[in-house]
Design a protein around this ligand. Structure first.
Ligand SMILES: Nc1ncnc2c1ncn2[C@@H]1O[C@H](COP(=O)(O)OP(=O)(O)OP(=O)(O)O)[C@@H](O)[C@H]1O
Ligand SMILES: [Mg+2]
Length: 449
Protein backbone atom coordinates (compact mmCIF):
# COMPACT_ATOMS: atom_id res chain seq x y z
CA UNK A 1 0.00 0.00 0.00
CA UNK A 2 1.35 3.41 -0.85
CA UNK A 3 1.66 5.80 2.08
CA UNK A 4 0.61 9.37 1.40
CA UNK A 5 3.48 11.78 0.89
CA UNK A 6 4.39 13.53 4.13
CA UNK A 7 4.42 17.31 4.17
CA UNK A 8 7.24 19.29 5.77
CA UNK A 9 7.26 22.99 6.62
CA UNK A 10 10.62 24.78 6.72
CA UNK A 11 10.75 27.99 8.74
CA UNK A 12 13.89 30.07 8.46
CA UNK A 13 14.55 33.72 7.66
CA UNK A 14 17.68 32.72 5.76
CA UNK A 15 16.79 32.05 2.13
CA UNK A 16 19.89 29.90 1.56
CA UNK A 17 18.95 27.54 4.36
CA UNK A 18 15.39 27.32 3.05
CA UNK A 19 16.57 26.50 -0.43
CA UNK A 20 19.19 23.93 0.55
CA UNK A 21 16.91 22.18 2.98
CA UNK A 22 13.98 22.20 0.56
CA UNK A 23 16.08 20.62 -2.18
CA UNK A 24 17.34 17.90 0.10
CA UNK A 25 13.93 17.10 1.50
CA UNK A 26 12.37 16.96 -1.94
CA UNK A 27 15.07 14.55 -3.05
CA UNK A 28 14.15 12.42 -0.05
CA UNK A 29 10.59 12.36 -1.39
CA UNK A 30 8.77 14.81 0.88
CA UNK A 31 6.40 17.60 -0.05
CA UNK A 32 7.84 20.88 1.16
CA UNK A 33 6.42 24.30 1.98
CA UNK A 34 8.50 27.16 3.34
CA UNK A 35 7.96 30.21 5.54
CA UNK A 36 10.38 33.05 6.09
CA UNK A 37 9.07 34.22 9.46
CA UNK A 38 7.13 33.09 12.51
CA UNK A 39 3.86 34.73 11.53
CA UNK A 40 3.83 33.04 8.14
CA UNK A 41 4.76 29.75 9.80
CA UNK A 42 1.71 29.82 12.06
CA UNK A 43 -0.47 30.64 9.08
CA UNK A 44 0.91 27.71 7.07
CA UNK A 45 0.45 25.31 9.98
CA UNK A 46 -3.27 25.99 9.72
CA UNK A 47 -3.56 26.21 5.97
CA UNK A 48 -1.24 23.38 4.97
CA UNK A 49 -1.46 21.08 7.99
CA UNK A 50 2.13 19.84 7.69
CA UNK A 51 3.27 16.66 9.46
CA UNK A 52 6.64 17.99 10.42
CA UNK A 53 8.30 21.37 10.78
CA UNK A 54 11.91 22.48 10.68
CA UNK A 55 12.08 25.63 12.77
CA UNK A 56 14.84 28.18 13.10
CA UNK A 57 14.95 29.76 16.55
CA UNK A 58 16.53 33.07 15.67
CA UNK A 59 14.18 35.12 13.57
CA UNK A 60 13.23 38.78 13.83
CA UNK A 61 9.89 39.63 15.51
CA UNK A 62 8.12 36.34 16.19
CA UNK A 63 11.01 33.99 16.92
CA UNK A 64 11.06 30.20 16.95
CA UNK A 65 10.49 29.89 20.67
CA UNK A 66 7.36 32.03 20.43
CA UNK A 67 6.12 29.97 17.47
CA UNK A 68 6.56 26.85 19.58
CA UNK A 69 4.54 28.35 22.37
CA UNK A 70 1.67 29.26 20.11
CA UNK A 71 1.61 25.78 18.63
CA UNK A 72 0.16 24.25 21.78
CA UNK A 73 -2.97 23.29 19.87
CA UNK A 74 -1.17 21.28 17.23
CA UNK A 75 0.30 18.62 19.42
CA UNK A 76 0.98 16.03 16.76
CA UNK A 77 2.97 18.38 14.54
CA UNK A 78 6.57 17.26 15.02
CA UNK A 79 8.98 20.18 15.36
CA UNK A 80 12.69 19.88 14.68
CA UNK A 81 14.81 22.87 15.64
CA UNK A 82 17.47 24.18 13.29
CA UNK A 83 20.41 25.43 15.32
CA UNK A 84 23.69 27.04 14.53
CA UNK A 85 26.86 25.71 16.06
CA UNK A 86 27.17 26.86 19.68
CA UNK A 87 23.47 27.44 20.38
CA UNK A 88 22.63 23.96 21.58
CA UNK A 89 21.39 25.31 24.92
CA UNK A 90 18.57 27.15 23.21
CA UNK A 91 17.67 24.03 21.29
CA UNK A 92 17.46 22.08 24.51
CA UNK A 93 15.16 24.71 25.96
CA UNK A 94 13.02 24.39 22.84
CA UNK A 95 12.79 20.65 23.37
CA UNK A 96 11.52 21.29 26.87
CA UNK A 97 8.82 23.36 25.23
CA UNK A 98 7.77 20.49 23.04
CA UNK A 99 10.16 20.37 20.09
CA UNK A 100 11.01 16.80 19.14
CA UNK A 101 14.68 17.11 18.20
CA UNK A 102 17.21 19.46 16.71
CA UNK A 103 19.70 19.43 13.88
CA UNK A 104 22.79 21.58 13.74
CA UNK A 105 23.91 23.47 10.68
CA UNK A 106 25.50 22.41 8.36
CA UNK A 107 23.21 19.41 7.87
CA UNK A 108 24.45 16.02 6.85
CA UNK A 109 21.95 14.39 4.48
CA UNK A 110 22.13 11.06 6.31
CA UNK A 111 21.44 12.60 9.67
CA UNK A 112 18.58 14.60 8.22
CA UNK A 113 16.88 11.53 6.92
CA UNK A 114 17.33 9.66 10.22
CA UNK A 115 15.91 12.54 12.26
CA UNK A 116 12.85 12.79 10.02
CA UNK A 117 12.16 9.07 10.12
CA UNK A 118 12.46 9.05 13.90
CA UNK A 119 10.04 11.97 14.16
CA UNK A 120 7.51 10.33 11.85
CA UNK A 121 7.60 7.04 13.75
CA UNK A 122 7.07 8.92 16.99
CA UNK A 123 4.20 10.84 15.42
CA UNK A 124 2.49 7.65 14.29
CA UNK A 125 2.72 6.28 17.83
CA UNK A 126 1.43 9.52 19.24
CA UNK A 127 -1.58 9.47 16.92
CA UNK A 128 -2.27 5.85 17.80
CA UNK A 129 -2.02 6.67 21.48
CA UNK A 130 -4.29 9.66 21.33
CA UNK A 131 -7.39 7.60 21.77
CA UNK A 132 -5.96 5.67 24.72
CA UNK A 133 -4.59 8.83 26.27
CA UNK A 134 -8.05 10.33 26.14
CA UNK A 135 -9.34 7.39 28.13
CA UNK A 136 -6.53 7.61 30.67
CA UNK A 137 -6.95 11.33 31.22
CA UNK A 138 -10.73 11.20 31.40
CA UNK A 139 -10.84 11.11 35.22
CA UNK A 140 -8.84 14.33 35.25
CA UNK A 141 -11.55 16.16 33.38
CA UNK A 142 -13.61 16.19 36.54
CA UNK A 143 -14.39 19.60 38.04
CA UNK A 144 -13.06 19.39 41.58
CA UNK A 145 -14.42 21.49 44.42
CA UNK A 146 -16.95 21.36 47.19
CA UNK A 147 -17.25 24.98 48.25
CA UNK A 148 -20.75 26.41 48.20
CA UNK A 149 -20.00 28.99 45.46
CA UNK A 150 -18.52 26.35 43.16
CA UNK A 151 -21.31 23.85 43.79
CA UNK A 152 -23.83 26.49 42.80
CA UNK A 153 -22.01 27.09 39.55
CA UNK A 154 -21.80 23.36 38.81
CA UNK A 155 -25.56 23.01 39.40
CA UNK A 156 -26.36 25.81 36.99
CA UNK A 157 -24.00 24.33 34.41
CA UNK A 158 -25.62 20.90 34.73
CA UNK A 159 -29.08 22.36 34.39
CA UNK A 160 -28.22 24.29 31.24
CA UNK A 161 -26.18 21.40 29.78
CA UNK A 162 -29.28 19.42 28.77
CA UNK A 163 -30.62 22.33 26.70
CA UNK A 164 -29.08 23.87 23.60
CA UNK A 165 -28.96 27.38 25.06
CA UNK A 166 -26.00 29.63 24.48
CA UNK A 167 -23.79 29.89 27.55
CA UNK A 168 -21.51 32.77 28.48
CA UNK A 169 -18.71 31.71 30.83
CA UNK A 170 -17.18 34.55 32.82
CA UNK A 171 -14.28 34.49 35.22
CA UNK A 172 -10.69 35.51 35.78
CA UNK A 173 -7.88 33.77 34.00
CA UNK A 174 -7.33 30.23 35.29
CA UNK A 175 -10.66 29.86 37.12
CA UNK A 176 -11.77 26.93 34.97
CA UNK A 177 -13.84 28.36 32.11
CA UNK A 178 -12.55 25.82 29.63
CA UNK A 179 -13.00 22.83 31.90
CA UNK A 180 -16.58 24.01 32.54
CA UNK A 181 -17.21 24.33 28.81
CA UNK A 182 -15.95 20.79 28.24
CA UNK A 183 -18.07 19.51 31.10
CA UNK A 184 -21.22 21.18 29.78
CA UNK A 185 -20.58 19.41 26.49
CA UNK A 186 -20.04 16.07 28.23
CA UNK A 187 -23.22 16.44 30.26
CA UNK A 188 -25.24 17.36 27.17
CA UNK A 189 -27.10 15.16 24.70
CA UNK A 190 -24.47 16.30 22.18
CA UNK A 191 -21.63 14.56 24.01
CA UNK A 192 -21.08 11.97 21.28
CA UNK A 193 -20.41 14.73 18.75
CA UNK A 194 -17.40 17.06 18.61
CA UNK A 195 -16.37 19.68 21.11
CA UNK A 196 -14.36 22.33 19.28
CA UNK A 197 -12.41 25.27 20.71
CA UNK A 198 -11.64 28.45 18.82
CA UNK A 199 -9.23 30.78 20.53
CA UNK A 200 -9.74 34.30 19.31
CA UNK A 201 -6.47 35.74 20.59
CA UNK A 202 -4.08 33.15 19.26
CA UNK A 203 -4.92 33.89 15.62
CA UNK A 204 -4.67 36.92 13.39
CA UNK A 205 -7.96 38.27 12.08
CA UNK A 206 -8.03 36.76 8.63
CA UNK A 207 -6.87 33.40 9.95
CA UNK A 208 -9.44 33.46 12.70
CA UNK A 209 -12.10 34.01 10.08
CA UNK A 210 -10.90 31.06 8.04
CA UNK A 211 -10.53 28.96 11.16
CA UNK A 212 -14.14 29.67 12.12
CA UNK A 213 -15.95 29.71 8.79
CA UNK A 214 -13.55 27.74 6.59
CA UNK A 215 -12.63 28.91 3.12
CA UNK A 216 -13.08 28.04 -0.53
CA UNK A 217 -10.13 27.18 -2.72
CA UNK A 218 -8.41 30.38 -3.88
CA UNK A 219 -10.25 32.64 -1.40
CA UNK A 220 -6.94 34.30 -0.55
CA UNK A 221 -3.23 33.81 -1.15
CA UNK A 222 -2.26 30.51 0.35
CA UNK A 223 -5.74 28.99 0.25
CA UNK A 224 -4.79 26.14 -2.06
CA UNK A 225 -7.59 23.85 -1.01
CA UNK A 226 -11.11 24.16 0.28
CA UNK A 227 -11.19 23.93 4.05
CA UNK A 228 -14.00 23.34 6.51
CA UNK A 229 -14.14 25.75 9.42
CA UNK A 230 -14.56 24.86 13.06
CA UNK A 231 -18.24 25.81 12.97
CA UNK A 232 -18.77 23.08 10.41
CA UNK A 233 -16.61 20.60 12.28
CA UNK A 234 -18.66 21.24 15.41
CA UNK A 235 -21.94 20.45 13.63
CA UNK A 236 -24.15 18.48 15.99
CA UNK A 237 -21.80 19.26 18.88
CA UNK A 238 -20.52 22.23 20.85
CA UNK A 239 -18.19 25.08 19.99
CA UNK A 240 -16.30 27.13 22.56
CA UNK A 241 -15.48 30.65 21.42
CA UNK A 242 -12.69 31.45 23.81
CA UNK A 243 -11.65 35.04 24.61
CA UNK A 244 -14.77 36.34 22.89
CA UNK A 245 -14.02 39.88 24.12
CA UNK A 246 -11.18 40.06 21.64
CA UNK A 247 -13.30 39.46 18.55
CA UNK A 248 -12.83 42.22 15.98
CA UNK A 249 -15.93 44.23 14.92
CA UNK A 250 -16.26 42.68 11.43
CA UNK A 251 -16.20 39.21 12.90
CA UNK A 252 -18.69 40.21 15.56
CA UNK A 253 -21.20 40.96 12.79
CA UNK A 254 -20.65 37.58 11.16
CA UNK A 255 -20.91 35.85 14.49
CA UNK A 256 -24.19 37.57 15.23
CA UNK A 257 -25.65 35.95 12.12
CA UNK A 258 -24.40 32.55 13.25
CA UNK A 259 -26.07 33.08 16.62
CA UNK A 260 -29.33 34.24 15.08
CA UNK A 261 -29.64 31.88 12.15
CA UNK A 262 -27.03 29.17 12.67
CA UNK A 263 -25.91 30.04 9.16
CA UNK A 264 -22.76 31.40 7.51
CA UNK A 265 -20.65 31.23 4.36
CA UNK A 266 -17.09 30.03 3.96
CA UNK A 267 -14.54 32.77 3.24
CA UNK A 268 -14.70 33.36 -0.49
CA UNK A 269 -17.89 31.30 -0.75
CA UNK A 270 -21.47 32.19 -1.58
CA UNK A 271 -23.38 29.09 -0.52
CA UNK A 272 -24.94 29.46 2.93
CA UNK A 273 -24.05 26.62 5.27
CA UNK A 274 -26.42 25.59 8.05
CA UNK A 275 -25.17 24.06 11.28
CA UNK A 276 -26.72 22.71 14.45
CA UNK A 277 -24.39 23.78 17.24
CA UNK A 278 -24.44 24.72 20.92
CA UNK A 279 -22.38 27.86 21.39
CA UNK A 280 -20.39 28.54 24.53
CA UNK A 281 -18.47 31.79 24.76
CA UNK A 282 -15.85 32.56 27.38
CA UNK A 283 -14.03 35.67 28.46
CA UNK A 284 -12.18 37.17 31.38
CA UNK A 285 -13.08 40.68 30.24
CA UNK A 286 -15.89 42.82 31.53
CA UNK A 287 -18.18 42.67 28.50
CA UNK A 288 -20.56 45.32 29.90
CA UNK A 289 -17.67 47.72 29.89
CA UNK A 290 -16.56 46.60 26.44
CA UNK A 291 -20.09 47.37 25.21
CA UNK A 292 -20.00 50.80 26.88
CA UNK A 293 -16.66 51.53 25.28
CA UNK A 294 -17.99 50.52 21.89
CA UNK A 295 -15.56 47.61 21.50
CA UNK A 296 -18.25 44.96 21.67
CA UNK A 297 -21.60 44.99 19.89
CA UNK A 298 -24.54 45.22 22.24
CA UNK A 299 -26.78 42.99 20.11
CA UNK A 300 -24.10 40.30 20.10
CA UNK A 301 -23.71 40.64 23.85
CA UNK A 302 -27.45 40.05 24.36
CA UNK A 303 -27.38 37.01 22.11
CA UNK A 304 -24.46 35.54 24.05
CA UNK A 305 -25.66 36.48 27.49
CA UNK A 306 -28.57 34.00 27.50
CA UNK A 307 -27.23 31.94 30.39
CA UNK A 308 -24.28 33.72 31.99
CA UNK A 309 -22.21 31.63 34.38
CA UNK A 310 -19.60 33.37 36.54
CA UNK A 311 -16.89 31.19 37.99
CA UNK A 312 -15.64 32.68 41.26
CA UNK A 313 -11.91 33.28 41.70
CA UNK A 314 -10.07 30.80 43.90
CA UNK A 315 -9.43 33.35 46.66
CA UNK A 316 -13.20 33.54 47.19
CA UNK A 317 -13.50 29.80 47.68
CA UNK A 318 -10.38 28.79 49.53
CA UNK A 319 -12.20 25.76 50.94
CA UNK A 320 -11.51 24.20 47.55
CA UNK A 321 -7.74 24.56 47.92
CA UNK A 322 -7.03 21.30 49.85
CA UNK A 323 -9.13 19.17 47.53
CA UNK A 324 -7.64 20.75 44.41
CA UNK A 325 -4.15 20.41 45.85
CA UNK A 326 -4.64 16.72 46.45
CA UNK A 327 -6.09 16.28 42.99
CA UNK A 328 -3.20 18.07 41.25
CA UNK A 329 -0.60 16.13 43.25
CA UNK A 330 -2.19 12.86 42.10
CA UNK A 331 -2.35 14.07 38.53
CA UNK A 332 1.27 15.27 38.53
CA UNK A 333 2.58 12.06 40.13
CA UNK A 334 0.68 10.07 37.53
CA UNK A 335 2.06 12.20 34.69
CA UNK A 336 5.68 12.12 35.80
CA UNK A 337 5.39 8.49 36.93
CA UNK A 338 6.39 9.11 40.54
CA UNK A 339 4.91 7.19 43.48
CA UNK A 340 2.07 9.15 45.06
CA UNK A 341 3.35 11.97 47.28
CA UNK A 342 1.76 13.60 50.32
CA UNK A 343 1.76 17.18 51.53
CA UNK A 344 2.51 18.51 55.01
CA UNK A 345 -0.05 20.47 57.04
CA UNK A 346 2.40 23.37 57.06
CA UNK A 347 2.41 23.42 53.27
CA UNK A 348 -1.40 23.35 53.17
CA UNK A 349 -1.53 26.29 55.60
CA UNK A 350 0.86 28.11 53.33
CA UNK A 351 -1.45 27.53 50.36
CA UNK A 352 -4.54 28.61 52.32
CA UNK A 353 -2.90 31.95 53.13
CA UNK A 354 -2.10 32.80 49.54
CA UNK A 355 -4.24 35.08 47.33
CA UNK A 356 -4.00 33.06 44.08
CA UNK A 357 -3.88 35.74 41.40
CA UNK A 358 -3.48 32.99 38.78
CA UNK A 359 -6.36 30.95 40.25
CA UNK A 360 -6.64 27.19 39.77
CA UNK A 361 -4.13 27.15 36.94
CA UNK A 362 -1.51 28.62 39.26
CA UNK A 363 -2.22 25.95 41.85
CA UNK A 364 -2.00 23.22 39.22
CA UNK A 365 1.35 24.52 37.94
CA UNK A 366 2.70 24.93 41.42
CA UNK A 367 1.85 21.34 42.36
CA UNK A 368 3.35 19.97 39.20
CA UNK A 369 6.56 21.81 39.93
CA UNK A 370 6.58 20.74 43.58
CA UNK A 371 6.04 17.09 42.64
CA UNK A 372 8.96 17.22 40.24
CA UNK A 373 11.33 19.14 42.50
CA UNK A 374 10.48 18.01 46.05
CA UNK A 375 13.24 15.91 47.57
CA UNK A 376 11.28 14.01 50.21
CA UNK A 377 8.11 12.00 49.86
CA UNK A 378 5.94 14.82 51.20
CA UNK A 379 5.65 18.31 49.78
CA UNK A 380 6.86 20.87 52.33
CA UNK A 381 6.41 24.65 52.53
CA UNK A 382 9.89 25.19 51.10
CA UNK A 383 8.86 23.31 47.96
CA UNK A 384 6.24 26.00 47.32
CA UNK A 385 7.79 29.25 46.14
CA UNK A 386 4.70 31.36 46.81
CA UNK A 387 6.41 34.62 47.58
CA UNK A 388 6.90 35.54 43.99
CA UNK A 389 8.91 38.70 44.24
CA UNK A 390 11.93 38.22 46.42
CA UNK A 391 14.67 39.75 44.32
CA UNK A 392 14.82 42.93 46.30
CA UNK A 393 15.34 41.09 49.52
CA UNK A 394 18.41 39.38 48.19
CA UNK A 395 21.73 40.85 49.23
CA UNK A 396 23.08 40.82 45.71
CA UNK A 397 20.28 42.99 44.36
CA UNK A 398 20.52 45.44 47.25
CA UNK A 399 24.07 46.05 46.28
CA UNK A 400 23.11 46.80 42.71
CA UNK A 401 22.94 50.38 41.48
CA UNK A 402 19.38 51.71 41.64
CA UNK A 403 18.48 51.41 37.97
CA UNK A 404 19.85 47.90 37.70
CA UNK A 405 17.86 46.79 40.70
CA UNK A 406 14.65 48.30 39.32
CA UNK A 407 15.25 46.63 36.00
CA UNK A 408 15.79 43.26 37.67
CA UNK A 409 12.63 43.75 39.66
CA UNK A 410 10.59 44.70 36.59
CA UNK A 411 11.85 41.66 34.72
CA UNK A 412 10.98 39.42 37.62
CA UNK A 413 7.44 40.73 37.89
CA UNK A 414 6.85 40.29 34.17
CA UNK A 415 8.42 36.84 34.07
CA UNK A 416 6.21 35.79 36.88
CA UNK A 417 3.06 37.02 35.19
CA UNK A 418 4.09 35.22 32.01
CA UNK A 419 4.73 32.04 33.92
CA UNK A 420 1.34 32.20 35.57
CA UNK A 421 -0.44 32.73 32.30
CA UNK A 422 1.45 30.07 30.40
CA UNK A 423 3.30 32.72 28.37
CA UNK A 424 0.16 34.46 27.16
CA UNK A 425 1.05 38.14 26.86
CA UNK A 426 -2.53 39.35 26.63
CA UNK A 427 -3.42 37.64 29.88
CA UNK A 428 -0.20 38.68 31.58
CA UNK A 429 -0.94 42.29 30.62
CA UNK A 430 -4.37 41.98 32.12
CA UNK A 431 -3.00 40.50 35.32
CA UNK A 432 -0.50 43.33 35.64
CA UNK A 433 -3.11 45.90 34.60
CA UNK A 434 -0.91 47.08 31.73
CA UNK A 435 -1.76 47.83 28.13
CA UNK A 436 -0.87 44.80 26.06
CA UNK A 437 1.26 46.86 23.69
CA UNK A 438 3.09 48.47 26.61
CA UNK A 439 3.86 45.07 28.08
CA UNK A 440 5.17 43.91 24.70
CA UNK A 441 7.46 46.93 24.60
CA UNK A 442 8.71 46.27 28.14
CA UNK A 443 9.41 42.65 27.30
CA UNK A 444 11.51 43.75 24.40
CA UNK A 445 13.28 46.53 26.26
CA UNK A 446 14.07 44.45 29.33
CA UNK A 447 14.94 41.42 27.22
CA UNK A 448 12.64 39.26 29.29
CA UNK A 449 13.33 35.55 28.50
N1 LIG B 1 -12.45 23.02 39.54
C1 LIG B 1 -11.42 22.49 38.88
N2 LIG B 1 -11.11 21.18 39.06
C2 LIG B 1 -10.05 20.64 38.43
N3 LIG B 1 -9.26 21.29 37.59
C3 LIG B 1 -9.52 22.58 37.37
C4 LIG B 1 -10.60 23.24 38.00
N4 LIG B 1 -10.62 24.53 37.59
C5 LIG B 1 -9.59 24.66 36.74
N5 LIG B 1 -8.93 23.51 36.61
C6 LIG B 1 -7.71 23.28 35.81
O1 LIG B 1 -6.95 24.49 35.86
C7 LIG B 1 -6.41 24.83 34.59
C8 LIG B 1 -6.98 26.16 34.13
O2 LIG B 1 -8.35 26.02 33.86
P1 LIG B 1 -9.03 26.56 32.51
O3 LIG B 1 -8.10 26.41 31.37
O4 LIG B 1 -10.35 25.91 32.39
O5 LIG B 1 -9.14 28.09 32.92
P2 LIG B 1 -9.72 29.32 32.09
O6 LIG B 1 -10.70 30.01 32.96
O7 LIG B 1 -10.18 28.87 30.75
O8 LIG B 1 -8.43 30.23 31.99
P3 LIG B 1 -8.05 31.33 30.86
O9 LIG B 1 -8.98 32.49 31.01
O10 LIG B 1 -6.66 31.70 31.22
O11 LIG B 1 -8.16 30.65 29.54
C9 LIG B 1 -6.76 23.67 33.69
O12 LIG B 1 -5.71 22.77 33.68
C10 LIG B 1 -7.99 23.07 34.34
O13 LIG B 1 -8.12 21.72 34.01
MG1 LIG C 1 -9.42 29.33 28.83
Amino acid sequence: METPQKKILIVDDDVDIRTILKDRLEILGYRVVTAENGQEALQLVILEEPDLMFLDLQMPELDGMEVLKRLKDHSDLMVIIITAFGTIEKAVEAMKRGAFDFIAKPFSPDHLSVVIKKALVCQALKRQNNYLQGEVNAPYLEIMGESAPLKKVIETAQRVAVTSSTVLLLGESGTGKEIFARSIHRWSPRSKKSFVVVNCVALRDELLESELFGHEKGAFTGAHQKKRGKLEIADGGTILLDEIGDFKPELQVKLLRVLQEREFERVGGTKPIQVDIRIIAATNQDLHQAVREGRFREDLFFRLNVVPISIPPLRERKEDVPLLTDFFIRKACHNVKKPLMGISQGAINHLMGYHWPGNVRELANLMERAVVLAKGKDILPEDLPLQPITVLKEESSLEKPYHDAVRTYQREVILHALERTGGNQAKAAEMLRLQRTYLARLIKKLEVR
